[in-house]
Write a protein that binds this ligand. Structure first.
Ligand code: GDP
Ligand code: MG
Length: 163
């Protein structure tokens, strides 16, 4: 049986980088600039012997303060509703932000299965942020580095029971 994984989280945490690594192509645009990727993007992912559908939620990068929360919420809820499991990504270098807490609340309320990931966790710079992530109450955070390809064995172990 296959499943659908939605990658959710605030802008710039590395969702598209993660998507690209799982899909193995440059389907999602990755950029330091705001406004590059939009809406929901779907791809066929492979991780070890697992094959699944992955959704990258973007489209938030071009939104400014006032409309951000509503748009973020709607887009995230759409992604959640398509998904069997959500990969909720935070930035281990920044630590948990108030926006991350909003996402955590959306995910908890929706009652969806969540895997929490502290991305950008390569090296020592991510250690404190990864520990902070426990406070989100969504279980043990995976330490990932989408850019450097680290932590994907742990992601595999978390996804295997779902497949
Ligand atoms: P998104 O907005 O959540 O889709 O984030 P992107 O995938 O566009 O990445 C935002 C920035 O974070 C880019 O400059 C990426 O190169 C960088 N980034 C993504 N993953 C990692 C990582 O594992 N480590 C580090 N240090 N940077 C990363
Ligand atoms: Mg993106």
């Amino acid at each position: 049986m296959s499943f659908t994984l939605a990658i959710v989280g605030r802008p710039n945490v590395g969702k598209s980088t993660l998507f690209n690594r799982l899909v193995g192509k440059k389907l999602a645009l990755v950029d330091d600039q705001p406004g590059v990727t939009r809406d929901l993007r779907e791809g066929d992912a492979r991780l070890g012997d697992l094959r699944f559908t992955v959704i990258d939620s973007a489209g938030l990068e071009d939104v400014t303060d006032d409309s951000l929360q509503g748009r973020m919420r709607r887009l995230t809820e759409r992604a959640i509703d398509m998904a069997d499991v959500c990969l909720f990504v935070i930035d281990a270098r920044t630590g948990v932000t108030p926006t991350d807490e909003v996402f955590a609340e959306i995910l908890r309320r929706r009652g969806v299965r969540v895997i929490l990931a502290a991305n950008k966790a390569e090296g020592k710079a991510g250690e404190a942020g990864a520990l902070e992530a426990y406070a989100l109450g969504l279980g043990e955070p995976l330490r990932l580095s989408a850019e450097h390809g680290e932590g994907f064995d742990d992601l595999y172990r978390r996804l295997q029971p779902i497949a």
